[in-house]
Design a protein around this ligand. Sequence first.
Ligand code: RUQ
Ligand code: CUA
Length: 654
Amino acid sequence: MDENEKKEKKENKEAEQDTGVGTRRDFLLAGAAIGTGLLGAGTLAGCEKTGGLAAPVSAQQMQPPAALLKADPSLRTNVPPGQLDPYYGIWSGGQSGEMRVLGIPSCRELKRIPVFNRDSATGWGITDFSKQLLGGTQAGDTHHGHLSYKNGTYDGRYAFINCKLSGRLARVRLDTFETDRIVQLPNSQGTHGIFPQRKDCRLVLCNSEFRTPLPNDGRDLDDPKKYAALHTAVDVETMEVKWQVMIEGNLDLCATDYEDKWSFANCYNLEEATALPGFLELPKDCCYVFNLREIEKAVAAGQTITLGDSKVPVIDARGPNGKFVLRIPVPKNPHGVNVDPTGKYAVCSGKLAPVCTVIQIDRLQDAFDGKIKPEDCIVAQPEVGLGPLHTAFDNRGNAYTSIFIDSVITKWNIADAIKAYAIENAKEKSSETPPNPIRQKLDVNFQPGHVNASLSETNQADGKWLVSLNKFSKDRFLKVGPLHPDNDQLIDISGEQMVLVHDGPQYPEPHDAIILPAYMLRPTEISPRTGGKYDMINAWAKEDGVNPLQDNKVIRKGNFVRVWMTSVAPEYGIKQFTVKTGDTVQVIQTNLDNVEDLCHGFSLSMHDINMLVNPQGSESVTFQAGKPGVYWYYCPWFCHALHLEMRGRMIVEA
Ligand code: RUQ
Ligand code: CUA
């Protein structure tokens, strides 16, 4: 055993000890020993070899010799079997309505977190708690996932993600990687860009992309002056909607500064058209800058209105610039807006113009105060290619913009772009030649939407990995029918030149992704039994005088039957219960196993019920008992050598 191996062994031991939770491997081995001859010795031997806890692989361990890496750049993504990736990737899932977790650089998919969708594996959209959050919906469209911050970097507590389809914002806990809140934003359609504040992180700002008549009750259909979009603030802790600002143009992407002073929203349709193709007439739209302090002052002073049935305070900031909103002209139908890791610049991408517009953030106050014109906040406008959409950053002053039509990522230098702009726009013509800010254009395959880099959205950007989320893979993968996978390409940006290292097929359609070092997240191994779901279950337990972590009881109240059922591998605490046809039955199942990844669940034949119950967790589901007969319920998660035998009977009487 060499030194490294010894060290790793020791760390693993310590990691196991301080959680106080056994590993699933220990458990399976022990279970199999009791579990008679059901598992062959071969299976166990395989188990032993691959189990155990590995430490994240160090860059050094990962790196094959330099010459090999040069010959085959894909080796840079190599994370050997049994080793952990050094980075997490948090991916949105687009029209799948979910969020995904990847290991970077291997690009191995680790988890799908159901958010706005129904998920048969975990029972999301089937369990009582998830149904309550979803309010009857089954479809979603997630675009932008961002994490909670403290002092400019991730604090590892929450992820937030939008639902463009139904105007919602969700929060995912990062200890359990589970959705814990969903909030409906009033009067908003097409909720698109979202961004949490980055310093104290009290608020998440959300843009509604679709202008609608407000109030939207069928009265005004075609009067553009009755239309507006909303910039909405949601409280990070309570997930309450705090206030909204009404604005004239469609709000697209969103970004915040690093001081909690401003939020930014790119706007297209300054034309205020109510229908296409009116959106495309003006050569310039704008970047809206919201003055959060002035807005919060006015909200506190009650200088607000309300819209429709909603009680949320609203400020009407349509029309000319005032103390709440500044409009910085940006060509044409801009899309992404991104703030660089130094917090000095906001970069707007032109989409229908081949440029990025760089706004210097410390000039904004003067523009609000009328000391300079809004356009004087612009300090650079490099030509980056046809169809610029989004921009990511490294820690060396470079920006990386995804160029949709050209199918490239353009790397450009911010300082050079600013210098060139100053020379080109100087009142006195200068003899100095403007520097060329463009460093490289890398072909991607094909048509990139978002681009993002490791820690690019924080003040700790590290310039290591970049991902280009391409909308089309065309001929890069085996064909799988008319719909092809998207292609998420991983690019090494640690050197002078960007190097493509991996093609990653993705189920449609991740819009955005962030990459952060693995140490920033601290997932739990067992259910922490806190949060909205447990508030609900604990209240029922109190009502029934039951301890969910111990009791097995069937309680009938009229036509309502509640079944409190524990599980310990490989047995349910209740192996048979009886109900009547048409009863409303609620099964609350608690997993008493205290072993990492030792999950049970509850699948009920012929009743469309399937759910996951985490170690030490509870889950509940409510359904109508079907026709008289015997219905087997069983455990869907492989938990023991006798997993297959883990089942019971629901007897339905006439
Ligand atoms: S979007 S391809 Cu929904 Cu962020 Cu730009
Ligand atoms: Cu419990 Cu399988």
